[in-house]
Write a protein that binds this ligand. Structure first.
Ligand code: AGP
Length: 618
């Protein structure tokens, strides 16, 4: 996620803006910049790289002014570079804007502005905001005291997607404007000075009195007061809130750990992943349109998909195998990258190679991808990190748009990888004619529903906390499932083992009788993931097999499903969806289960022993 800061007062703005940005570094970023206003001149300094690089540059080139905005950028559109860094200015250089979020209709707005002669300098979605502000400010605001606010109201009314904005203009040395939709923005209230920030940690060194902007609200910060507005331009009166968090808990948004925060970000992250890729018609999800890649006929003609990845990303690939077979009737091979790279694999130039990696820097995945590329394969990368090595070396890139994932254990990266895999499989099914129009539309509607269903699961978090409290001390935990549930079982077992250090394994449920069941006894917890309706009888007999050997059984299945009442010790219910989409939902309670087991055992879920967030070496 990007970080926004703003300061207006009687002290030098630049040192404050930088200090506030430093408090937002935990959010992850790849470039930074500031804009300050002094004697009617708007100065902008921005660059790729860490905040320290910007600070060093500014230590020799002082940027004067007691008003300004600052930004740390986590790239979503346009690779990390000086020109893509924020703030962005309009053509006149009189307006500067910083932005956190994704403008989903930026391509259309860019076209509208280019048709009116606007020349763009960057590859970002944000730049359209700066030019749109100028468009309305110079054409429709009518000048005067509120002209900038009027232009801002008109501008945000045209934006689709998510945004929090910080805006300064050389014609208005007495104010900063903030606006938000689907991306947090907070006003910090000082004495003779006021602050703007994406998150509380940036403010705590200066004030604990804050005003949280609500959806579609705007704020005008003056030196001696703050005025709040709704998106119709009507004034709002709101009492400030007193923040009593310490800095560390503030960085986690009040959650105990980044992992829990990121588990809870999944509904929002999945909405961002879907974003403009899921086109609606008559208010319903109707088609898929990737704005950043073009799957032409040669991709549809592919005979095989080869998926290469590691760890959690590999498990997303296993879901991908079932999804591409199910929706696109494509042969799929999914490989652990560290195996693939040394296996002298068969590579056919007509194959589609999909490399999945949150960091885009995993050594084994990069090596496997390079091997496939050398053999003539076309590489499609699914990654969360813009400008990563993988994103730069692949032929096509699909970004998960999950925002930075700080915790070592991957959660929102996994579910957003799944969302990308499903979108690809459905799109290829459409192109290959293997997906009927009705089935396609029904599945897209179900997909569009997933983010709010994830939210419903997260709102029942306490049940998983209690389940973990009862069972965290089990010696072994086996996750079993069939088809898509087996893929969920793989990821669930990894989550539990890597943060709770409990021995846990995943089995295709049908495999138990081929050996694994010898391990089952009364010290075993078996988690049966049961969402594949045609196979309920099969999984029930597997449950009976393990229960008769003393295992406790926790079943994850659909709300209202009664088939498991007689065989489960406990049932965790998830909202109903298409069986083929169930991993998007079934994994969420099991992420929470793993997290609370780790906490019960006194572990730090964010920093599990022996593990690194990105395995950039073999
Ligand atoms: C996931 O919880 C693990 N931390 C690990 O397995 C991770 O998924 C794996 O190292 C791959 O990382 P990547 O997605 O950045 O390539």
């Amino acid at each position: 996620m990007c970080g926004i800061t703003g300061y207006i007062g009687y002290k030098e703005a630049t040192p404050r803006l930088l200090a506030m940005l430093k408090k937002l570094e935990y959010r992850g970023y790849d470039s930074a910049g500031v804009a300050t206003l002094c004697d009617g001149v708007l100065a902008v300094r921005k660059m790729k790289g860490p905040l320290s690089t910007l600070a060093n540059a500014l230590s020799t080139e002082r940027m004067a002014g007691t008003l300004g905005v600052g930004h740390t950028r986590w790239a979503t559109h346009g690779e990390p570079s000086d020109v893509n860094a924020h703030p962005h200015t309009d053509v006149s250089g009189r307006i500067a804007v910083v932005h956190n979020g994704i403008i989903e209709n930026y391509a259309a707005l860019k076209g509208f502005l280019q048709e009116r002669g606007v020349a763009f300098r960057s590859d970002t979605d944000t730049e359209v905001v700066a030019h749109l502000l100028n468009y309305y400010y110079t054409r429709e605001s009518g000048g005067g005291h509120n002209a900038l606010l009027d232009a801002t109201l008109k501008t945000v009314s045209k934006l689709e997607g998510s945004y929090s904005l910080g805006i300064v203009a050389s014609d208005y040395p007495d104010r900063i404007i903030g606006a938000r939709k689907d991306s947090p923005l907070i006003v910090g209230l000082g004495v003779g000075e006021n602050y703007l920030a994406s998150d509380v940690p940036a403010l705590l060194s200066y004030t604990r009195d804050v005003c949280y902007l609500n959806e579609r609200e705007l704020a005008v910060l003056y030196r001696d007061r703050v005025a709040l507005y709704n998106d119709s331009g009507e004034r709002i009166v709101r009492q400030p809130t007193r923040v009593d968090w310490d800095v560390e808990s503030a960085e986690k948004g009040g959650y105990a750990h980044f992992m829990l925060k990121e588990i809870h970000e999944q509904d929002k992250a999945l909405s961002n992943t879907l974003g403009s890729r899921l086109r609606h018609s008559a208010g319903e999800a109707a088609s898929i349109d990737f704005d950043e890649i073009r799957l032409d006929a040669s991709w549809a003609a592919a005979k095989r998909v080869v998926i290469i990845a590691c760890g959690t990303a590999y498990h997303a690939g296993v879901v991908g195998k079932y999804a591409f077979e199910h929706f696109a009737r494509l042969a799929v091979e999914v490989d652990i990258a560290s195996e693939y790279r040394y296996r002298n694999p068969l590579i056919d130039g007509g194959d589609i190679f999909i490399a999945i990696s949150q960091s885009g820097e995993t050594a084994d995945t990069l090596a496997a991808m390079r091997q496939a590329k050398k053999g003539g394969g076309r590489i499609l990368a699914i990654t969360n990190t813009v400008g990563s090595t993988l994103s730069r070396e692949a032929d096509l890139v699909l970004y998960t748009r999950a925002g930075p994932e700080i915790a070592v254990a991957s959660t929102k990266a996994f579910t957003t990888q799944l969302m990308c895999v499903y979108l690809l499989a459905l799109r290829l099914g459409e192109l290959r004619g293997t997906l009927s129009a009705d089935d396609g539309k029904d599945t897209l509607r179900a997909l569009a529903n997933i983010p709010q269903q994830v939210r419903r699961i997260l709102d029942k978090e306490t049940a998983l906390q209690k389940a973990a409290a009862r069972r965290f001390s089990k010696r072994s935990v086996f996750f079993i499932g069939r088809l898509f549930d087996y893929a969920t079982a793989l990821e669930s077992a990894l989550k539990l083992k890597e943060i709770s250090y409990t021995h846990s394994e995943a089995f295709a449920a049908g495999e138990l009788k081929h050996g694994a069941i010898a391990l089952v006894d009364k010290a075993t917890l078996v988690v049966a993931i049961a969402t594949q309706r045609p196979l309920f009888d099969k999984i029930i007999s597997n449950i009976r097999e393990v229960a008769s050997r003393g295992a406790e059984v926790l079943v994850v299945t659909y709300e209202g499903e009664r088939a498991f009442d007689a065989v489960a010790n406990e049932i965790v219910a998830i909202p109903e969806t298409r069986d083929a989409l169930s991993p998007l939902l079934a994994i969420v309670p099991l992420q929470l289960f793993a997290y609370y087991c780790a906490v019960q055992k006194g572990n730090d879920p964010d920093k599990p022993r022996n593990l690194a967030k990105s395995v950039t070496v073999e």
